[in-house]
Design a protein around this ligand. Sequence first.
Ligand code: SAM
Length: 196
Amino acid sequence: MHYFSRKPEGELRIYKFSIHIRGISLKLVSASGVFSARRVDLGTKVLLENMIVKDYWHILDLGCGYGVIGLVAAKLAPHGFVVMTDINKRAIKLARINAKLNKIKNVEIRHGDLYEPVKGEIFDTIISNPPQAAGMRIIKRLIEESVNYLKEGGLLQLVARHNKGGKRMFNLMEQVFEDTYILGGRGGYRVYIARK
Ligand SMILES: C[S@@+](CC[C@H](N)C(=O)[O-])C[C@H]1O[C@@H](n2cnc3c(N)ncnc32)[C@H](O)[C@@H]1O
């Protein structure tokens, strides 16, 4: 059973923790069957520390899990709007619980595969700790199809361990976008940016 399955089964374990980052504090509930259920993943933290988010932006958190990236983005862009998506139904339920728990209203949480829940919409930025466990074919689609969901000048922001698929991901970004760079990183993780 992988965390990206549509219907995680088995015993349900609930985890509660909090995060304090960029002047924002969130209470979070997570559960077995979702990615990094017990604590905020280090790659996710590196992305949260570095990600570019501006107020009034229309933001997509693709593969939101229990929701930490999208919810921090929503707090950083109080007049903006964040769409959060995931293929895992339990993740969607948790992300909705976490939005309510933190009284965050400028988000919408949608279930579905890759860009299917946001067909026809365009964003100032697409942010993701991408589902590397789902395989390179999915990562390739995530990068190639992002062009159709970004405004001119819009940013694709991804995190990965540079020596564990990150380098390859960045190469793919370079093939699709002319303007790419590494924003920052630590602990082996890098945040990769591509500008449309
Ligand atoms: C590395 S996890 C990141 C989760 C969360 N954003 C975080 O940082 O804790 C990737 C997420 O992508 C989701 N995912 C996997 N395949 C997907 C797909 N085809 N479409 C949408 N989401 C997918 C997984 O369920 C998982 O929640």
